[in-house]
Write a protein that binds this ligand. Structure first.
Ligand code: FAD
Length: 116
C-alpha cells in the first residue's frame, strides 16, 4: 500500500460513516434528557479519537473541540453535524451541502418504533 493509503477505501468508509452519523442525529430525541445529551456528547468525542482513518480523526477531533457537539435538540444536533461535515467538505474541496431540513433526508427505516 502507498504512503497515502487506499483512497477508495477511505472514501467508502467516510460515506458509510457520514450516513450513520447523520441518521443517528435525525433519530436523536427532539427533547433529550440530560443523560441523552451527555451520551451524544461523549459518543462524538470518543468517536473522534477512535475513527480508524488517523488523519481524519486528528482533524475531526480538533474541529469538534473548537465547535462542541450541540445536543439540546434533534434540530440542533442535526444542524451541528451538517455544519461539521461541510467544514470537512470545504477542507477536501468538495461542494457544500444545503443543511435546510436535513433531519428529513436521513430516514432510518425505524420511524414506527417508539423511542423509550
Ligand atoms: P461524503 O462527504 O462522504 O458524503 C456522503 C453524502 O452525504 C454526499 O454524497 C451527500 O449526499 C451527503 N452530504 C454531503 N455533505 C453533507 C453535509 N454537510 N451534511 C449532510 N449530508 C451531506 N477524507 C479525507 O481524505 N481526509 C480527511 O481528513 C477526512 N476526514 C473525515 C472525517 C470524518 C469524521 C469522516 C466521517 C470522513 C472523513 N473523510 C476524510 C472522508 C470524506 O469526508 C468523504 O466521506 C469521502 O471523501 C467520500 O466523499 P463523498 O464525496 O463521496 O461524500
Amino acid at each position: 500500500m502507498s504512503v497515502m493509503g487506499n483512497q477508495t477505501e477511505k472514501e467508502e468508509l467516510g460515506r458509510a460513516t457520514w450516513k450513520f452519523l447523520h441518521t443517528m442525529m435525525a433519530r436523536y430525541p427532539e427533547t433529550p434528557t440530560e443523560s441523552e445529551r451527555k451520551s451524544l456528547k461523549d459518543f462524538m468525542m470518543l468517536f473522534s479519537t477512535l475513527y480508524p482513518c488517523g488523519e481524519c480523526a486528528t482533524h475531526f477531533n480538533k474541529l469538534i473541540t473548537t465547535y462542541p457537539p450541540q445536543t439540546s435538540s434533534r434540530v440542533a444536533a442535526s444542524q451541528w453535524l451538517c455544519a461539521m461535515h461541510n467544514n470537512v467538505n470545504e477542507r477536501l474541496k468538495k461542494p457544500l451541502f444545503d443543511c435546510n431540513g436535513i433531519e428529513a433526508r436521513y430516514p432510518c427505516g425505524c420511524e414506527d418504533e417508539k423511542i423509550e
